[in-house]
Write a protein that binds this ligand. Structure first.
Ligand code: TYM
Length: 349
């Protein structure tokens, strides 16, 4: 049975990259899959231990899930810390995973910076908790942006090592399922989760620098479009976005050496559910002075209804908290079943 899991950290501003790389895909996938969408508040502590407003940001991400169109009755929307099994399974995975694997994570290297000895243990173990998020529900598919690819490979490595290390116990417990690992057909407990990194905006870049990812933590607010920006701000940021002086090329090959143009065309394509080539069919040969206003109009058209609905939802936190509580109960039931198996496999009484 196919199941989707994904998560977003309640840190900083949600931006267009989060929307196109993740949220928009979450909404599309609920048509065909059972989905769990999680606000990963445990992970947020790795970014900021004493958080300015963790509750507020958790509610804000939840509001974004709902405002984008995720149906919390059909799907499960919850916050990570409300299901204690995430931390419990992460501990087991901390003992499965190797320190060397964690040390190789580019996100860890970036975030820890030069003073690695002084990074928190939580930051190092971050991907192990992320593997627990996914595998607690034995999720088969995980929609994410490009930047999470390495973490998902690590989740597969953890699942594979668990399956191999505990192979006999899994067989004895009788809870294994048939699966393919590499070329081999075997039995295992945790599935080899597939990342879903799809579409024209899996890596939305900064509006100020086409070689840098659009990110929640960029010091310049002009580098990103926030989900909470009003129409005027969105239009201004797009108008000021860095570009080169050439008109748009007539096919995608012409975008190869033009990072900023490539980024804006990709954003347009993703917002209008077409491809870069499709956008260039309409705009090839035209200058940015024509393309940018069209892009701004499209972005405002797509984002402002979401923005308005987020505001409405955030005016009454009780409704959001009720969604999270209900979601946590339903997620908790699924999680409990996995933890019963895992405890049996590992040998906890
Ligand atoms: P986070 O909170 O940094 O980002 C949330 C989602 O947005 C995607 N994303 C982008 N996509 C395209 N272009 C960008 N510039 C861009 N920036 C961010 C991310 O890829 C992500 O899909 N570790 C995760 C949260 C997490 C998780 C999980 C995800 C925790 N447990 C289990 C999936 C499954 C993170 O920090 O995402």
């Amino acid at each position: 049975q196919e199941r989707v899991f994904s998560g977003i950290q309640p840190t900083g501003h949600l931006h267009l990259g989060n929307y196109l790389g993740a949220l928009k895909r979450f909404v599309e996938l609920q048509e065909s899959h059972d989905c769990l969408y999680c606000v990963v508040d445990l992970h947020a502590l790795t970014a900021q231990l004493v958080h300015d407003d963790l509750k507020g940001q958790t509610r804000s991400i939840t509001a974004a899930f709902l405002a984008c169109g995720i149906d919390p009755k059909e799907q499960i929307v919850f916050n990570q810390s409300a299901v204690a099994a995430h931390a419990e399974l992460a501990w087991v995975f901390n003992c499965v995973a190797r320190i060397g694997w964690m040390n190789r994570m580019t996100q860890f290297k970036d975030k820890a910076g030069k003073d690695r000895e002084n990074a928190s243990l939580g930051l190092l173990a971050y991907p192990s908790l992320m593997a627990a998020d996914i595998l607690l529900y034995r999720a088969t598919h995980v929609p994410v942006g490009e930047d999470q690819k390495q973490h998902l490979e690590l989740a597969r490595n953890i699942a594979a090592k668990f399956n191999v290390d505990f192979a006999e116990r899994i067989e004895k417990a009788g809870c294994g399922v048939a699966m393919t690992m590499g070329e081999e057909r075997t039995t295992g407990y945790f599935p080899m989760t597939e990342p879903l990194i799809e579409g024209e905006a899996t890596r939305v870049m900064s509006l100020r620098d086409g070689t840098k990812k659009m990110s929640k933590s960029d010091a310049s607010d002009n580098a990103r479009i926030n989900m909470t920006d009003d129409a005027e701000t969105i239009a201004r940021k797009i108008r000021k976005a860095k570009t080169d002086p050439e008109p748009l090329p007539s096919d995608v090959d012409g975008l190869a050496e033009r990072a900023e143009a490539n980024n804006l065309v990709g954003i347009y394509a993703a917002l209008s559910d077409t491809t870069r080539q499709g956008v260039l069919r309409d705009y090839g040969g035209r200058p940015f002075s024509e393309f940018k206003p069209a892009l701004a109009e499209l972005a405002v058209d797509r984002l402002s209804p979401i923005n308005a609905e987020m505001r409405r939802l955030l005016a009454d936190p009780a409704e959001i908290d009720a969604v999270l509580k209900d979601g946590a109960e339903r997620a908790g039931e699924l999680a409990e079943k996995t933890m019963r198996d895992v405890k049996d496999i590992v040998g906890f009484i």
